[in-house]
Design a protein around this ligand. Structure first.
Ligand SMILES: Cc1cc2nc3c(=O)[nH]c(=O)nc-3n(C[C@H](O)[C@H](O)[C@H](O)COP(=O)(O)OP(=O)(O)OC[C@H]3O[C@@H](n4cnc5c(N)ncnc54)[C@H](O)[C@@H]3O)c2cc1C
Length: 285
């Protein structure tokens, strides 16, 4: 039998953690419970984070926004600061799962699952997110790209908890773009996805670009070479097609039940080309 505890604060959480060293932690449970059920292996103790008040906040602090690890996808989607400053993240959240999954699932759970197909991750990479990790006696901040080490593996050490995510407001990007290709339109794990932030001049010349692809490598893939190659070019079909070979060299997809590696590689390039339709329109979330 499994006993489930629900601490109301971090102090209570640390006490339970100390007392039940073998306990597993869950937030919404939409990843963990599926996994436990598949393995048919349940721990003696589970600690749920839903009541921990310190993990719930979403606040703006001197040019940055802090998102508590237990912010659900639905809450993030309806939050004005997220929609205003991070449309690329809002767009990804809209494509994640279904309403019940978004109501239960949290940003912290998506990050700690560390799936290369996690929809929240490519936006967090282009936004230069830092994760905040807490222990009983201190905390540290780590860039998201150093936190995710491989499929299902993170830099979280024993006794640490992800307490939240820091995002600098990136209001200088004129295009926030996220697109995911799945096997169907809803409730689909990404076959490939792209988060992109681009700034163009009034005349459409690219000044800066950031790209991050999901599901085409063991972790989210970025390509400084592809970003650099686009700078100085007019944002259009020709320029975007010219960086496709660089994109295809940067990704390292695998064959699996959803798609072949070759298809994923082609998708990674095609997703970039589809930016051609994006001009300097007002940002939408
Ligand atoms: C039907 C279905 C559809 C789905 N569709 C999508 C989809 O389209 N896109 C997508 O990206 N995902 C999808 N998922 C996966 C899942 O819903 C998301 O990854 C979700 O964000 C996980 O959050 P959670 O709070 O439920 O995590 P949980 O299951 O509670 O936790 C996941 C892991 O993170 C750890 N963890 C959670 N919070 C913390 C913390 N604060 N500190 C340390 N460790 C922590 C847990 O111990 C566990 O190992 C889907 C899942 C289901 C069941």
């Amino acid at each position: 039998m499994t006993t489930v505890y629900r601490p109301g604060s971090l102090d209570e959480f640390w006490d339970m953690r100390e007392k039940y060293g073998e306990a597993l932690v869950f937030a919404g449970g939409t990843d963990l419970f599926v996994k436990l059920r598949a393995l048919n292996k349940y721990p003696p103790v589970l600690i749920g984070l839903a009541g921990v008040k310190e993990l719930q906040s979403i606040e703006e602090l001197s040019g940055a926004v802090f998102i508590g690890a237990h912010a659900t996808h639905t809450r993030l989607l309806s939050h004005p600061r997220i929609r205003e400053h991070f449309p690329v993240l809002a767009s990804a959240l809209r494509s994640l799962g279904s309403p019940p999954i978004r109501n239960m699932g949290t940003i912290g759970g998506n990050i700690c699952t560390a799936s290369p197909a996690g929809d929240v991750l490519p936006p967090l990479y282009v936004l230069g997110a830092q994760v905040e990790l807490r222990k009983k006696d201190g905390s540290r901040r780590v860039p998201i790209r150093e936190f995710i080490l491989g499929p299902g593996t993170t830099a979280l050490t024993d006794g640490e908890l992800l307490s939240g995510v820091w995002l600098k407001k990136e209001d200088s990007f004129t295009i926030h773009h996220f697109e995911k290709v799945g096997q169907r339109k809803a409730l689909a794990i990404a076959v490939a996805s792209l988060a992109a932030l681009v700034t163009t001049t009034e005349t459409g010349i690219v000044e800066k670009a950031r790209f991050a692809w999901g599901s085409v490598g063991p972790t989210v893939v970025t390509s400084q070479d592809a970003e650099d190659a686009l700078v100085g070019l007019p944002l259009g079909l020709k320029a975007l097609q010219s960086i496709v070979p660089i994109v295809e060299r940067s990704v390292s997809p695998i064959d699996d039940v959803r798609a072949s590696a070759a298809y994923r590689k082609a998708l990674a390039g095609n997703l970039v080309v589809r930016l051609a339709g994006r001009g300097r329109e007002p940002l939408r979330a």
